[in-house]
Design a protein around this ligand. Structure first.
Ligand code: CAA
Length: 240
């Protein structure tokens, strides 16, 4: 029977590429999204991957959403915590709301999705939890005290939980993409973006599919001995 994968923020950007890649590898895939109904409907029409709407920042919505996915597809074997937002501002201009929105989605959202699925994975003695962090959680980024803090938190979460999952057949890993050609990066002012690209040794933005291939590997049986790891995929922009 096909394994079931749930990708948060799975209908756009890096998440869409992950959903499509996992489907091509034979998984039954569900993609969650928070708000863009039009993009989700288009994605489902183009790929045949069903989308589900809920806000990962809200624990109860995650519990309900996961129940809907599991009613349709069966127990989730692979969770990809991809949903994320930016609210960039230099710290002296950053509001409490900008801080909280990013922490609630990019860090608490990972807890909210992983926690309701954890016991099921433990009971079935198999699971894959793969979280999409960021280069900016590793190196920090001007105007992203909120985002960098949340993404660094995702790395700590992964390292702790990997130790708890290991005996239960659950691997927990994190991927730190660099700057990838998505709407999120295209929203950075062009001049700033060009100056960022000039610091990437491979000389270009990454492609969403380059991150999707990392996810597919971590989800596979071949990666069963890899847990608590951070895969850095940033074109050499920050070498750890
Ligand atoms: N380092 C040092 N100084 C910087 C800087 C940097 N990286 N970036 C901007 N500054 C300086 C500017 O030169 C300017 O200085 P002056 O006032 O002396 O001219 C000042 O900071 C900016 O002040 P502004 O009042 O213009 O700032 P703003 O309120 O308009 O904010 C910004 C602009 C939000 C910082 C904008 O420049 C921006 O979006 N920067 C990009 C941030 C970024 O890289 N975000 C990543 C998004 S992609 C992502 O997050 C995905 C992922 O995981 C990789």
């Amino acid at each position: 029977m096909a394994r079931v994968a749930l990708v948060t923020g799975g209908s756009r950007g890096i998440g869409a590429a992950i959903s499509v890649k996992l489907k091509s590898e034979g998984y039954d895939v569900a993609a969650s999204y928070a708000g863009n109904d039009e993009a989700a409907a288009k994605f489902t029409a183009e790929t045949g991957i069903k989308t589900y709407k809920w806000n990962v920042a809200d624990y109860d919505s995650c519990v309900e959403g996961i129940a809907a996915v599991e009613a349709d597809l069966g127990p989730v074997d692979v969770l990809v915590n991809n949903a994320g937002i930016t609210r960039d501002a230099p710290f002296h201009k950053m509001t409490k709301e900008q801080w909280s929105e990013v922490m609630d989605t990019n860090l608490s959202g990972v807890f909210n999705m992983t926690h309701p699925l954890w016991n099921g994975m433990r009971e079935r003695k198999f699971g894959r939890v793969i979280t999409i962090s960021s280069i900016n959680g590793q190196k920090g980024q001007f105007a992203q005290a909120n985002y960098s803090a949340a993404k660094a938190g995702d790395i700590g979460f992964t390292k702790a939980l990997a130790q708890e999952g290991a005996r239960a057949g659950i691997t927990v890993n994190v991927i730190c993409p660099g700057y990838i050609a998505t709407d999120m990066v295209m929203a950075v002012p062009e001049k700033v973006r060009d100056s960022i690209i000039s610091t990437i040794p491979v000389g270009r933005l990454g492609e969403p599919e380059e991150i999707a291939r990392c996810v597919a590997f971590l989800a596979s049986d071949d990666a069963g001995f890899i847990t608590g790891s951070t895969i850095t995929a940033n074109g050499g922009q920050y070498i750890v």
